[in-house]
Design a protein around this ligand. Structure first.
Ligand code: ADP
Ligand code: ZN
Ligand code: ZN
Length: 726
């Protein structure tokens, strides 16, 4: 669509709408597809994007005018197609997808110039010591902004204003400094070792101007980051933009510093800690092509890069890339779609690739680049299973004697030790030993988890909390409540008792926010602790040079649920956490406390045989028709009354349209969800499974359109390619 002025266009507004609406382009305004505009919607003013030709037939005189066309580059065709694609695939409303792309309206306005002052050479009639200080500073002829000048001279702002009035200083306006300096591709490249060099050459075989995905599949510490940094350098040299997506928690100061060391400038950052003003500035700078490399969390996949050349997804297997919100998207999959539209390259980097990506590499849909050695000859950790049935801990303890002996000897040698348990709090269940009462959340079907550190029982699903009672809430007995099972705080308590000399730190999301966690990571890396006791927070991509022993207290956690990805997730987390051990020069050791040492996951771990795991897992997925050999879509029906939710799900299931035989469509449910109630809403699940080439999204859309409509407080959530099954 060419420039339109005036005329009628369709505008996608960034609110929950299903399609673009028509608006009039007023006299004197000129817009094109992609133009970012402000339009009236009912009583509100909303931001939207000109989508194209009008799609509905509304009489011209009933249309409203576009109020404002922002002076900002239009969205690229590629990004608009991505919005349509995601909406179609995930069944989200396109307006909501667009909202994730546009984010902050301040970003569309031009950057405000900043006021600066210069010395004119004129001297004031009456000199004071304050005035003299300002003049001394400004005699160099440079321009100063007011804040810097006040800071440097120590005078009050009124002195500066006075000098302007007297003509001693002159005020002018300059554009604000760039948000980041340009990265230098040749600033400080490392000398790659042979394996890294050949991985890089392998990556470079792919055409840089065409779509293509490479799986950079290398053990922890093999130098994947160094290799993809070189691919980023290539993209910078080609004058296109690159984005590196990281799981939010891995986006640390250490990573940004590493980038700066390599490229001589900080990347553009994009994460949840930024203020709206920072976000707006970053968005605007990216849209105007002033940021060449962005390092960000999953939503950075939606930023308005003018000419995106490379998307790197570090830790591509990580569940944090899936957003389960109003728009259920998987950033890895969306990155592949976007790269396809942008003719860009994708590098998926992981020590434990997702089964999907691994299969794509096996099938040659993705280029497979492997790195099996560790940098500087660090060895893979030696992994031992501790059979909890035979060699389990003493009563009242959680650390088995065999593991405890190892911990003592590691601490003796001044090595760092990590104890890993993926469960927050002190104990997952509180029970009355007199009457058997179990403390449950009033609004969720879940036990309340004791958090002793904070003195509360808390629900991990809705956040409900109560002070830990002194008496049983049911029978009134005093001192009869007992904690059942361990959480990370209970392990810390045992560690304090058994290893009192060790400098200890607990790392879990309860111990402060992301920033606090990042600070702890840096302290650990500096060797300020001997014993690290942590949840999955510690498993993500950090380099702890002194860590040599890892104890996994419950390796089976996560295997139990009816989750088709349970084995994969368990394998990944065990690999990641044991991979923390022995990264520099030494071989580390890891111990897995397990009741099922014979399980395929444990066997693969102990034998150090990743391939065995993938082979086994791919085979069982294929046999069951599960992803990547089939597709899944989950429908979660919820309501405040169980019968309402269940009845509706039942009707939906009964009315499911027939699919062609070759779709191999199967419906499961309705069934109460494993967590059957959350925040007072009863949850009932339906699961559709199909053959992998079947368009399951369209099927579900048709099904919902034809089926009964949810009314009252009934809600139906659709999750295409679900990652969680609670
Ligand atoms: P991965 O991303 O595969 O886990 P990294 O890229 O983080 O591995 O490398 C592990 C460690 O080894 C890092 O501290 C990194 O700086 C260092 N390293 C890797 N390759 C090189 C190299 N070629 N020269 C110098 N140091 C390297
Ligand atoms: Zn009781
Ligand atoms: Zn709850």
């Amino acid at each position: 669509m060419a420039q339109i002025s005036p005329g009628i266009v369709s505008v996608m507004v960034s609110v929950a709408v299903d399609r673009p609406y028509s608006y009039r382009v007023p006299e004197g305004m000129s817009v094109a597809r992609g133009s970012i505009v402000q339009v009236p919607l009912g009583p509100r003013k909303v931001v939207g994007v000109v989508w194209g030709e009008p799609q509905d037939k509304v009489a011209h005189n009933r249309l409203r005018d576009i109020e404002l066309a922002f002076d900002t580059p239009p969205l690229t065709e590629e990004l608009m197609l991505l919005v349509d694609w995601i909406a179609k695939y995930t069944l989200a409303q396109p307006g909501m997808v667009l909202r994730g792309v546009l984010r902050s309206p301040e970003a569309f306005e031009d950057e405000k110039p900043i006021a600066v002052f210069r010395f004119t050479g004129v001297l004031p009639d009456r000199m004071t010591s304050a005035r003299q200080r300002v003049i001394d500073i400004m005699e160099d002829g440079f321009a100063w902004n007011k804040r810097a000048l006040v800071g440097e001279s120590g005078v009050s702002p009124s002195v500066i204003e006075g000098l302007v009035k007297l003509g001693v200083l002159e005020q002018s306006f300059v554009p604000p400094p760039p948000i980041v300096q340009p990265p230098q591709p040749d600033h400080a490249p490392l000398t790659l070792n042979d394996e890294q060099q050949s991985a890089l050459e392998h990556l470079r075989e792919q055409s840089p101007d065409d779509f293509g995905v490479s799986l950079l599949d290398g053990v922890t510490g093999s130098g994947k980051t160094e290799v993809f940094f070189e691919a980023v350098a290539d993209t910078i040299r080609a004058g296109r933009q690159a984005v590196i997506l990281l799981p939010e928690i891995a986006l640390t100061h250490a990573f940004l510093k590493r980038f700066e060391d390599r490229f001589g400038a900080r990347p553009g950052e994009w994460h949840s800690d930024m203020t709206p003003v920072q976000r707006a500035r970053m968005w605007r700078s990216i849209a105007r092509g002033k940021v060449q490399v962005v390092v960000g969390a999953r939503s950075a996949v939606f930023l308005p890069y003018p000419d995106l050349g490379l998307i790197v997804i570090d830790e591509e297997h990580d569940g944090a890339f899936k957003q389960a919100d109003r728009v259920n998207y998987h950033a890895r999959d969306m990155a592949v779609v976007r790269a396809h539209l942008a003719k860009a390259r994708v590098i998926l980097s992981s020590a434990t690739p997702s089964v999907e990506s691994r299969n794509n590499a096996d099938q040659a849909r993705y280029q497979h680049v492997t790195m099996l050695g560790r940098f500087a000859d660090a060895k893979m950790p030696d992994i031992t299973a501790i059979d909890m049935k035979e060699e389990g801990p003493e009563k009242g303890e959680w650390i088995a004697p065999g593991l405890a002996r190892e911990i003592f000897s590691a601490l003796d040698k001044n090595e760092q030790v990590l104890l890993f348990l993926n469960r927050r709090g002190y104990a997952p269940l509180t029970l009355c030993r007199t009457c058997g009462h179990q403390y449950q959340c009033p609004d969720c079907s879940a036990w309340l988890v004791e958090h002793r550190f904070r003195g509360v029982l808390a629900c991990h699903h809705c956040g409900h909390e109560m002070a830990k009672p002194k008496q049983c809430g049911k029978c009134g007995s005093e001192d009869s409540l007992i904690p059942i099972g361990p959480g990370i705080e209970r392990i810390a308590e045992e560690a304090a008792r058994r290893f009192p000399e060790a400098r200890r730190v607990i790392l879990s999301s309860d111990m402060g926010g992301i920033n606090a966690a990042r600070e702890r990571f840096e302290e650990i890396a500096r060797g300020e602790y001997d014993l690290i006791i942590g949840t999955q927070l510690v498993a993500k991509g950090h380099h702890f040079p002194k860590l040599n022993l890892v104890g996994v207290l419950d390796a089976d956690l996560g295997l139990a649920h009816g989750d088709p990805r349970a084995a994969e997730k368990t394998f990944q987390i065990l690999m990641q956490v044991t991979g923390r051990a022995g990264r520099t020069g030494q071989s580390g050791r890891a111990f897995l406390q397990t009741y099922v040492p014979e399980h395929a996951v444990m066997q693969a771990m102990v034998r150090g045989d990743r391939e065995a795991f993938y082979k086994h897992e791919l085979k069982s997925r294929e046999a069951a028709g599960l992803p990547p050999f089939g597709r899944l879509a989950a429908l979660i029906v919820s309501a405040t009354e169980h019968d309402v939710a269940f009845g509706f799900a039942q009707r939906l299931a009964n009315l499911a349209p027939k699919a062609p035989d070759e779709a191999k469509l199967k419906l499961f449910g309705p069934a109460d969800a494993p967590v059957a109630m959350v925040r007072g809403r009863h949850r009932v699940r339906l699961l559709a499974q199909s053959e992998k080439n079947f368009d399951l999204s369209s099927y579900v859309r048709f099904w919902l359109a034809e089926g009964p409509k949810p009314t009252g407080n009934l809600r139906v959530q659709v999750d295409i390619d679900p990652m969680s099954f609670y």
